[in-house]
Design a protein around this ligand. Structure first.
Ligand code: GAF
Length: 387
């Protein structure tokens, strides 16, 4: 894949590029908690986007999306949102760099990879982080990784128009091989936990559906959480987000809540507690207990937060009924994409076969499954041009 992207770069632009990579992510637990200033437990995975890029001595970004076989050019003196979806991820990053006072000189870029689009594995964050990382290297801006993460998130807000939290960009940039990272989305303090799962595998089951509700409901959930915070702040002025809320506070003031908002808030408070406890499970090496929390997380996302969908529920239920699985849940924003499953290695083939057959029978869709390996965050890729 990397060689093909470099070859395409040379064919189109006739010079030699530097190459960077940025991974997609999984999230073991802690869903819809990031924008509530809570806790998440993601990891970068071996589904990645590669960038070949080099300065071109002009004021133009010449870009080629390898997987889509599409090219476009943009004047860097007038960066604004474009009509081309993929280009907005690149332009959004350039705009953030310019806003922060960095001069972005003309460059050529070819990018592509193997992160399935719309599967909830954060291909968009990988594109944003990868370009931010690569330009930082190419033009020697000296920007810290944390600031690159924030720029990538802003690019998503302002150019992709999705009001995401910080988890996806953080995981893509800060991933560590064979570790999950617990991130405090308020302070941005983080801690790596080794994921010692020799006898197990993280398996992603891709529903291959993406219901159109996804982005509108995402923004609605954010508003519902804010409504809950506003109610509680009248009683507890120190409450800034659901991160500061306990289950006791919620039950005490339940009567003041709209029932839907109450369920949303309850889920978030419970999910934050689950992340804390799941990390203790990891420290004790208790994967059974960890897996139970994944199931509980799915239940909350399905019934209280209501961001699941029939296809995800079907896969989570099947997994729960299988003795090959320690834990399973929907992952990411919801309304489609993947479930994440902690599966016994000895029963891996049996599991994928059973899930594939069941999904085919129920929905007539060929399930895609991926065994996720946990890799490093954004980095350069050394290329030997003499070959
Ligand atoms: C999407 C968002 F981009 C993340 O920030 C996060 O909120 C996630 O949904 C839900 O946990 O991936």
């Amino acid at each position: 894949m990397v060689q093909d992207i470099v070859a395409k770069f040379k064919e189109l632009y006739h010079h030699e590029p530097v190459v960077a990579r940025s991974p997609g992510r999984v999230n073991l637990i802690g869903e819809h908690t990031d924008y509530n200033e809570g806790f998440v437990l993601p990891a970068a995975i071996n589904k990645e986007i590669y960038f070949a890029l080099a300065p071109n001595g002009t004021q133009t970004m010449r870009a080629h999306a390898f997987d889509l076989e599409e090219s476009a050019e943009f004047d860097l003196n007038k960066v604004q949102r474009a009509d081309i979806g993929w280009a907005n991820y690149l332009l959004g990053v350039v705009a953030q760099l310019q806003k922060a006072g960095h001069e972005v000189k003309g460059f050529d870029v070819v990018f592509g990879g193997n992160i399935p689009i719309g599967a909830g594995l954060s291909s968009s964050a990988a594109v944003e982080c990868g370009l931010a990382y690569a330009l930082n290297y190419l033009f020697a801006y000296g920007i810290e990784r944390f600031d690159l993460v924030k720029m990538a998130q802003k690019a998503e807000h302002e150019y992709a128009l999705v009001m995401c939290g910080i988890m996806d960009q953080f995981a893509s940039m800060f991933g560590k091989r064979n570790h999950v990272v617990k991130l405090d989305c308020r302070s941005l303090e983080y801690q790596y936990y080794p994921l010692e799962i020799e006898d197990y595998r993280l398996v992603l089951c891709d529903t291959q559906v993406k219901h159109s509700l996804a982005s509108s409901e995402y923004n609605t959930r954010r508003q519902e959480c804010e409504r809950g915070v506003a109610i509680l702040r009248q009683h507890y002025p120190q409450v800034r987000s659901l991160r500061d809320v306990t289950l006791e506070m919620l039950t005490q003031h339940q009567a003041e809540f709209d029932p839907v908002v109450y369920r949303r808030c309850t889920y978030v408070v419970q999910e934050n507690l689950r992340v804390e406890e799941a990390c203790q499970d990891l420290e004790r090496g208790d994967l059974e207990a960890f897996g139970q929390k994944m199931f509980a997380s799915h239940q909350g996302l399905q019934h209280d937060y209501e961001v699941s969908c029939p296809e995800l529920d079907f896969l989570a239920d099947k997994a729960r009924a299988s003795d090959a699985v320690l834990g399973a849940r929907m992952m990411g924003g919801g309304f489609g994409g993947c479930t994440i499953n902690l599966v016994k290695l000895a029963q891996l083939d049996e599991f994928t076969q059973q899930m594939t057959e069941a999904y085919q029978q129920q929905y007539g869709i060929q399930l895609k499954t991926y065994v996720a390996e946990i890799v490093e965050g954004s980095s350069l890729v050394p290329i030997d041009f003499s070959k």
